[in-house]
Design a protein around this ligand. Structure first.
Ligand code: NAD
Length: 248
């Protein structure tokens, strides 16, 4: 007899593009209800997913978006924090506004959405799961030499550990994934074809990570198979972190 897991309600920030969109598609295919939280309407909407327009760095907007989820679905089982931006600036070219923009979306946005999601999960009384999309940049440094991005992703990993400990009492698990170079619009709008090829050459597994590779890791961490995982991070990087700059 095949046992199907109960269909759940998941919210995915940044679900309109790249890693978030791939995750939305995988969750919808598995029969879950998915709410996309993004500042822009998805270019390719996924059947079965609904969309709420929200800037995750705006506290009032985030509170309003989760109130809408409460009203429409009455519960929440999973949150994926995938909304993220870069500044593409070194320290020497950084200004406070560019720094705050990255911190506002990547760090403050992750905190605000986790706070609101956890309140909804607590009401449901059955626990829940949060997956934060950090980056290997949070453990090493960003490829593009982006000081704010590296600092923000290290902060997301620290926040993941804190939230995992605090929310364990409510049976809410909080984990992170750390993607390596992943071919998404964030990359293709900034890198030339030659640079894209050059990056693939330094990945031990020889290719860019695909958005759905990260999506599968996120779906695992959201699911019951990861019931005893909390406060951890899963690298999905084709071996970049272990290679120490060496290439074949
Ligand atoms: P992407 O640009 O394709 O998607 C990001 C999505 O976030 C977009 O839909 C965008 O509209 C949304 N977004 C941005 N700011 C927002 C805001 N203020 N409020 C709501 N939504 C907002 O990028 P991606 O590569 O899929 O990135 C997803 C996550 O993965 C990001 O957190 C990124 O830092 C992380 N990441 C990406 C890579 C990579 O190589 N692509 C590597 C490591 C980590």
């Amino acid at each position: 007899m095949q046992i199907h897991p109960r269909s759940k309600v998941h919210a995915v920030t940044g679900g309109g593009s790249g890693i978030g969109a791939a995750t939305v598609a995988l969750l919808a295919q598995a029969g879950h209800t998915v709410v996309v939280l993004d500042r822009a309407e998805p270019a390719q909407p996924v059947a079965g997913a609904t969309f709420i327009e929200v800037d995750v760095s705006d506290e009032d907007a985030v509170v309003g978006a989760f109130a809408q989820i409460r009203q429409q679905h009455g519960r929440l089982d999973g949150l994926v924090n995938s909304a993220g931006i870069e500044s593409r600036r070194l320290v020497r070219g950084m200004d406070a506004a560019a720094w705050q923009r990255v911190m506002g979306v990547n760090v403050t946005g992750t905190m605000l959405c986790t706070r609101e999601a956890a309140a909804l999960m607590r009401e449901g009384g059955e626990g829940g799961a949060v997956v934060n999309v950090a980056s290997i940049a949070g453990k090493r440094m960003s490829y593009s030499g982006d000081a704010a991005y590296t600092a923000s992703k290290a902060a997301v990993l620290g926040f993941t550990r804190h939230a995992a400990f605090e929310l364990a009492a409510d049976r809410i698990r909080v984990n992170a994934v750390c993607p390596g170079p992943t071919l998404t619009p964030m990359i293709t709008r900034n890198l030339s074809a030659e640079s894209i090829e050059a990056v693939a050459a330094v990945v031990p597994l020889g290719q860019w990570v695909k958005p759905e590779d990260v999506g599968h890791a996120i779906v695992f961490l959201l699911g019951d198979g990861a019931a005893m995982c909390t406060g951890t991070s899963l690298d999905v990087d084709g071996g970049v972190l272990i290679s120490n700059g060496a290439s074949h």
